[in-house]
Design a protein around this ligand. Sequence first.
Ligand SMILES: Nc1nc2c(c(=O)[nH]1)N[C@H]1C(S)=C(S)[C@@H](COP(=O)(O)O)O[C@H]1N2
Ligand SMILES: [Mo]
Length: 418
Amino acid sequence: MSSVPPSEAAYDRIRLRQWTRGRARSAGVGRRDLLKLVAAASAAGSLASVASPAHAAGSLPGVVKPLPPELFTLRGTNAETNFAALRDTGLLTPADRFFVRNHTATPRIDAADWRLKVWGDGLTGGPVEFSYADLLALPSVSRTAFVECAGNARSFYASQQNQPVTGTAWTLGAIGTARWRGVRLADVLHRAGIGRDAVDVLPRGLDGEVVSDGIQLGRVRRPLPVAKALDDVLLAYEMNGEPLPPDHGFPVRLIVPSWVGIASIKWVGDIEVSAQPLLSPWNTTLYRLFGPAHPPEGSAPLSRQTLKSAFELAQGATFTAHRHQVLTGRSWSGGAPVRSVEVSTDGGTRWHRARLRDEPRQGSWVRWSADWVPAEPGPAVLLARATDRSGRSQPEVSVHNTQGYLFDAVVRHPVTVV
Ligand SMILES: Nc1nc2c(c(=O)[nH]1)N[C@H]1C(S)=C(S)[C@@H](COP(=O)(O)O)O[C@H]1N2
Ligand SMILES: [Mo]
C-alpha cells in the first residue's frame, strides 16, 4: 500500500483537529500554558508588542550589522527595510539592507564547533550529527526566494482599516529576496534515516529562549510537515554568494520557499523528526488567524504567504508637478508567480498596467515601473495592485485577524506634488 503525503491544506486541517482534541504532542510547552496563550491570542491587545527601549540610532543591541536610518526603521528587536532603499538594488536584496526579525538576539556561533543534530522517533536509527564541513561536502543547490514575515504590512490593519492588532507594527519592508545556496533538507533527512512513519520535523534555533507574557516558550521552533520538508526546503549556508551573515542565520538556516518567514528557522542547531504530530507555540497560538472571521480555536497554522505590492518610495515623498516620473516598485505572492500589476496615481479611480521588469517566478518578487506626470501641486495617493497566476488580486480590504497576519489589501501610499 502506498501512502500519499497529505496536501498542505489537508495537513493543516488534520493538525488542527488533533490539536483541539488534545491529541498532538506539545514539544516543550505544557498544554495549560498553550491554552493560556491561545486565549491571549484570540483577544487583541493581550499579546502586547514589546515596548521599544531607547537605543542609539543606527544599531540595535541584538543585531550585529549596522542599521543606518536611510536603510532601516527599527522596531523593537527588529529592523524593517525602507522600501525606498531598494530602488537602486537589483532583484536580490543585498545583505546590508535585508530586514532582520529576531525574537531575541543574534547569537555568535563558531562554525567549527557547530553541529546539526537530527534526532527523534521518526528516524529508523539513533541521532545523527552533521558538521558544517559535512554539509558543505554534500551536493548543493541554489535558489532565489523571498523571506517575508507573516506580519509584514500589519500596521495597515490599524491605519487603513481602523482595526486593532498586536505585534510589530511593520509597514511593507519585512521582506527581502536573496539567492540562497545550501543542501536540500530532504538529502539530510534521508541521510539521517527518516522513516516512513515520520509526519513532522521540528527545526530549532540556537538563539535564546523566548518569554511572552511571563510564559517561557523555549527556543524558536516550528513544526514543518514532512511533505513540505521533503519538497523544496533548503538548509542554506550562503546568501547572495557569501556565507550567511550572523543576523540571517550563520552558519545554517532553513529556507522554506513561499511560506511565512517563521518557517525559515535561523541558526538551526537540531531537527527533531517525529512519528507523532508536533506542536509548538509557533504553530498553535502564534502564526494562526484568530478573530470574529475565524473559527474560535483559530485557523489552521499559516503556511503560504499572501500577495502584496510596494512602491520603492518613502512615505510622503515629494514630486515636481508637470515633470515626467518613473515610479518603481515590487510585487510578490506566496501562492503563484505574479501575473500583472496595475498602478493608480489618483487614489484608485483610474488604473494603468505597470511594466514588469523581471520574469515572474514562484517564491520570488517582480520589479515593475510605471510612468507618471503629476498634474497640480497638492497631496496625492499612489496605489499598486498585483494579480498572480492563480487569478488572485489584492483586495481593497484585508480580512482582519487579531495578530495582524497576512495583510493583502492594496496599500495607499501618500505623496506630495509640489
Ligand atoms: N532561530 C530563529 N529563527 C527565526 C527567527 C528567530 O527569531 N529565531 N525569526 C523568524 C521570523 S519571524 C522571520 S520573519 C524570519 C526573518 O528572517 P531574517 O531575519 O533573516 O530576515 O526568520 C525566522 N527565523
Ligand atoms: Mo516573522
